[in-house]
Design a protein around this ligand. Structure first.
Ligand code: SAM
Ligand code: SF4
Ligand code: SF4
Length: 340
């Protein structure tokens, strides 16, 4: 039974929860330093959903069909006592994953896993200190500690660890090989993500996108890739095993060149409690007001189910049909706010 279906027959299976809009990096394609500077107004603590409120949202979605939660941000590990939230959420029968830049992960793998975290994804766009610094506005010396954190996550049994990398034309194409060299001996999934036109400040141009097919063709010159069938509806990555490399896997998330809206089962909640039914939505529904209203007139499950039933989002598919990609809906929500 699929639970509630949207206008295109898609169930609500996944929920991405942004637990903070703050970050300890300033990636140029996500939170460029000149925009997210010392004058930028981040959310006040009382604007954020509390752990109890997040838990109520998740609880209300279980009967709707929710199977998987991803904690994200901003940088989720900046949210104080994140383990407490994970422990609360682990009482529900859902998989709990987290996406992190890895800067604050060291020494926390065990406590995160014991709290109930099932999987972790690290974002790492470059292994070259200068390129890393140019992209993230963060010292290239941090690469070593991120790599140690990845080892720690593997050792403490946090599922199959994933490494996400956004490859952009003229910025970090050399990292395709560097990342494969670095990780091919480890039981990890290395996933190349196409640069998306999300947010308003990353100066996205179609020409900057390195299509997955190009990376695949490049890699096929050095290794034999064996396709892996998708295991569930809504799986966004096309995955490949690599001959002779046990446990290592390469994935492609081709949101621009091969949009997967038809199978998109994801909802998102911003850290101030707005529900979005698409990464490219320009408005969301304020769940925090519903959660905090005294009268309890609105039942959260009914409200979200109703929104989901009306959902007909398919931005990426529409983008691929327009002549001027990236210009169809403006302004958009920032990735750090809505949760990547
Ligand atoms: N700070 C955490 C991190 O970097 O892993 C979690 C939040 S971040 C917004 C989640 C993911 O979104 C990262 O892997 C990042 O590379 C990706 N991302 C951000 N902006 C993007 C864009 N314009 N296109 C593709 N991926 C993007
Ligand atoms: Fe921060 Fe992640 Fe965005 Fe980079 S991609 S600025 S680490 S939220
Ligand atoms: Fe889902 Fe919207 Fe992305 Fe399409 S564009 S895959 S509907 S989030």
């Amino acid at each position: 039974m699929d639970g509630v279906l949207d206008q295109n027959g898609r169930p609500l299976r996944d929920l991405r929860i942004s637990v903070t809009d703050r970050c300890n990096m300033r990636c140029d394609y996500c939170m460029p330093a000149e925009i997210f500077d010392s004058k930028h107004q981040f959310m006040h603590r009382n604007e954020l959903l509390t752990f109890e409120e997040i838990n109520l949202v998740v609880e209300s979605l279980i009967p709707v069909g929710l199977k998987k939660i991803r904690l994200t941000g901003g940088e989720p590990l900046l949210r104080r006592d994140l383990e407490n939230l994970i422990q609360m959420l682990s009482k529900h029968s859902v998989e709990i994953a987290m996406t992190t830049n890895g800067l604050l992960f060291a020494g926390r793998g065990d406590s995160l896993r014991k709290s109930g975290l099932n999987r972790v994804t690290f974002s790492l766009d470059s292994l070259d200190p200068q390129v890393f610094e140019r992209i993230t506005n963060t010292s290239g010396q941090k690469i070593e500690s991120i790599l140690r954190s990845i080892d720690e996550a593997i050792e403490c049994g946090l599922g199959q660890v994933r490494i996400n990398s956004v490859i952009r034309r003229g910025i970090n194409e050399l990292d395709i090989d560097r990342l494969v060299d670095q990780f091919e001996h480890l039981p990890v999934s290395l996933r190349f993500i196409e640069f998306m036109d999300v947010g308003n400040h990353n100066r996205w141009r179609h020409n900057d996108v390195v299509p997955s097919s190009e990376i695949q063709n490049h890699l096929k010159k050095r290794m034999t890739l064996i396709p892996i069938d998708s295991t569930y509806r809504g799986e966004v990555a096309q995955r490949w095993k690599v001959e002779g490399k046990n446990g290592f896997e390469i994935g492609f998330i081709s949101s621009v060149s091969q949009p997967f809206c038809g199978d998109c089962t994801r909802a998102r909640i911003s850290s101030d409690g707005h529900l979005f039914t698409c990464l490219f939505a320009s408005t969301g529904t304020d769940l925090k007001s519903i959660l905090r209203e005294q009268s309890n007139e609105n039942n959260l499950q009914d409200v979200i189910s109703e929104i989901w039933k009306q959902r007909d989002d398919r931005y990426s598919e529409l983008r691929s049909k327009t002549k001027k990609p990236g210009t169809i809906i403006l302004p958009k929500i920032e990735m750090s706010y809505i949760g990547g």
